[in-house]
Write a protein that binds this ligand. Structure first.
Ligand code: GAP
Length: 445
């Protein structure tokens, strides 16, 4: 079992993930990304875009607004359905999500006279009441029903109410998709488990519009595509699972859902969901807006609502899975080492350039030349000349840099340098003129 506390500590120390607004006591369920966290997030986003959008035909990327009208979320069904059951302890005032409480997330629940007791202090519990997960605000200076607005709880609705805009501007034929990456907000009763259940998070969602009679086939297709994406990212197959939802547990809009589960330190839990949303969303937005959101099928000469297949993953949840999957500890030269074994294409820093000795002007000058050359050629690289060479290698191992290039005295003679492989710690010597092609090949997805 990997030590989550230790991983979180390293992530903070090394500039990946910070607790939010810590100097003021912190904001629960919200995190800040540091310089390395942002680099890694951008890599994941780009790989998702490449795999889901750009390598395919007829998938269009949009960016819709975070603020949404009350009407939008009446139509989507969120105002009616999107809540959890909240139970509070009358003694210690701890709040629980009812399902989490009874699943034993807080410890064993004892009963007195048939009533459940608080698992933390054995105090009396309130009755369960519904609690909306939507963040509400007002647009403009007057706080009234007409100016009520909501922070979006998923990016999906923006793809539905923009369906006609994309259809009219890009003129695609079915099947086609609209994709989006962006922030979503949910006022979770008990945010927990680091980046797993947050109040502010980012989603990567695809809404794939299909002919109704083809929906089941496309659903199966996307479940496989998305599962394979995680294998391509380098996840071990045994750490992934498909979870098929029984009919009675489906969300209000779904006819079928399969989750891809990842083996988090607290067990197998949802990483991504793939749903067959049927024609629920377009029908509802048509009904509430009065706009006809049907698709005209030129072959059939008829109008109908397409079905929607939706693969949806939380970027932060994926990042969390990546941290857990690739964190490792081993021993090098009798010393313990912490190492992120990110596949090279995911590594936030791709290359580190180091002069063997920092007090030799000619080595430093040459190393800086190589560093500048790599930057000009779009590699994400850093230069490091502080501390012993062993310490410098360890620092890079801890942030997952796959390649360290060392400039030594031989470099000055024959224009070669050594490349140290993070995982094996072995070094090979190559010519600087071959460096660019060598690294490009190694960093391929
Ligand atoms: N549009 C469909 C939708 O939003 P969902 O299962 O509620 O479905 C999709 O969310 C994905 O968003 C989840 O699989 C998860 O990866 C991520 N997600 C949901 N709630 C989250 C939260 N509170 N914190 C972090 N990620 C979350």
């Amino acid at each position: 079992m990997k030590d989550l506390e230790k991983i979180i500590y390293i992530l903070k120390q090394r500039g990946f993930v910070f607790p939010s607004q810590e100097i003021y006591g912190g904001l629960k369920g919200v995190y800040e990304y540091g310089p390395l966290g942002v680099l890694l997030k951008n890599k994941i986003k780009n790989l998702w875009l490449k795999d889901t959008v750009f390598k395919r035909e007829n998938i269009f990327l949009i960016e819709s607004s975070i603020l949404g009208l009350r009407k939008t979320y009446e139509a989507s069904g969120h105002l009616e359905h999107f809540h959890d059951l909240l139970i509070e302890c009358k003694s210690c005032h701890q709040r629980f999500r009812a399902d989490h409480l009874f699943e034993g997330d807080y410890g064993e629940v004892n009963y007195k006279e048939g009533k459940a007791l608080c698992p933390l202090c054995q105090g009396e519990l309130t009755e369960a009441r519904t609690f909306s997960l939507m963040f509400k605000t007002y647009v403009g200076p007057v706080e009234e029903l007409a100016s009520e607005a909501y922070l979006r709880p998923e990016t999906a609705q923006g793809m539905f109410y923009n369906f006609k805009n994309v259809l009219n501007s890009m003129r695609p034929k079915l099947p086609f998709g609209i994709a989006q990456i962006g922030k979503a907000f949910r006022n979770e009763i008990t945010p927990k488990n680091f980046l797993f259940r947050m109040r502010e998070f980012e989603q990567m969602e695809l809404e794939f519009f299909v002919k109704p009679e083809e929906a089941s086939n496309w659903f199966e297709y996307w479940v496989e595509e998305r599962f394979n994406f995680y294998l391509k990212l380098g996840f071990k197959k045994e750490n992934l699972k498909k979870h098929v939802y029984p009919k009675e547990e489906l969300a209000h809009y779904s006819d079928a859902t399969v989750d891809i589960y990842y083996n988090y330190p607290f067990g197998f839990k949802e990483l991504e969901g793939i749903a067959n949303r049927t024609d629920y969303d377009l029908k509802r937005h048509s009904e509430y807006s009065g706009e006809d959101l049907r698709y005209f099928d030129e072959e059939k000469k008829e109008k109908y609502y397409p079905y929607i297949i939706e693969p949806s993953v939380g970027l932060d949840r994926l990042l969390f899975a990546i941290f857990v999957e690739f964190y490792d500890e081993d021993e090098v030269d009798g010393e313990k080492r912490n190492v992120f074994r990110f596949p090279p294409f995911l590594a936030p820093i791709e290359v580190c350039v180091l002069p063997l000795l920092s007090n030799r002007e000619n080595l430093v000058k040459k190393a800086q030349e190589v560093y500048k050359y790599l930057k000009e050629n779009d590699f994400i690289c850093v230069y490091d000349d502080s501390g012993s060479i062993g310490k410098r290698y360890r620092r890079q191992d801890e942030i997952g840099t796959p390649f360290c290039l060392t400039i030594d005295f031989q470099t000055l003679e024959d224009n070669t340098l050594t490349i140290r492989n993070r995982d094996t710690t072995e070094q090979e010597r190559i010519k600087i003129e071959e460096l660019k092609d060598y690294l490009k090949e190694k960093l391929k997805f």
